[in-house]
Design a protein around this ligand. Structure first.
Ligand code: SF4
Length: 187
């Protein structure tokens, strides 16, 4: 269904979800189609405070080209983003701001935590640095490293995409999801 025929080139745009097809029609589960669309149209909000942010800039550049995954449209407005990417050292003073940004993002939303500092505080085991953003907001995927290379950032995006594609549309209304948010004091 999704193979584009160009002489000498066999291009596959995207794997269609499992479905039933016949001449001129194709039927699939709504969850699968929505998952496919969400997966390939992520709008990241880069919350970058230090050196890991530079690696993300490299990931956006032409060599690594995040646009190949449909995620090149960055948003600096939380209300128009569905992937919060946290990269860099997060001080305790900045914690409430990060949390406010997370809360302002509409559901469904996902969080990608990039690098040792954002994940655990990294080398900054000090009184002023948050020892991991998962103390204040839930995280879906962690990218290890100090700094992670752009290839690792791409792998993190692929893991987020896999999550997004397989997520049921009603997961966000489930008691388990609400209980997880309430552990963070988020309604
Ligand atoms: S993890 Fe390393 S590269 Fe990333 S912000 Fe911290 S010190 Fe910088």
């Amino acid at each position: 269904m999704s193979t584009i025929s160009v002489p000498g080139i066999d291009m596959r745009a995207e794997n269609a979800p499992a479905g039933v097809e016949g001449p001129g029609w194709f039927a699939a589960k709504l969850d699968d189609v929505v998952g496919l669309a969400r997966k390939n149209s992520l709008w990241p909000l880069p919350f970058a405070t230090s050196c890991c942010g530079i690696e993300f800039m490299a990931t956006m550049g032409s060599h690594y080209d995040l646009a190949r995954f449909g995620a090149e449209r960055l948003s600096f407005s939380p209300r128009q983003a569905d992937l919060l990417m946290v990269m860099g050292t997060i001080s305790k003073k900045m914690g409430p701001i990060l949390r406010q940004i997370y809360e302002q993002m509409a559901e469904p939303k996902w969080v990608l935590c990039m690098g040792a500092c954002a994940s655990t505080g990294g080398i900054f085991d000090t009184y002023s640095v948050l020892q991991g953003i998962d103390r204040i907001i839930p995280v879906d995927v962690y990218i290890p490293g100090c700094p992670p290379r752009p290839e690792q950032v791409l792998e993190g995006i692929l893991k987020i995409q896999a999550l997004v594609q397989s997520e049921e549309r009603r997961r966000r209304d489930s008691p388990e999801y609400k209980a997880m948010l309430s552990k963070y004091g988020i309604e």
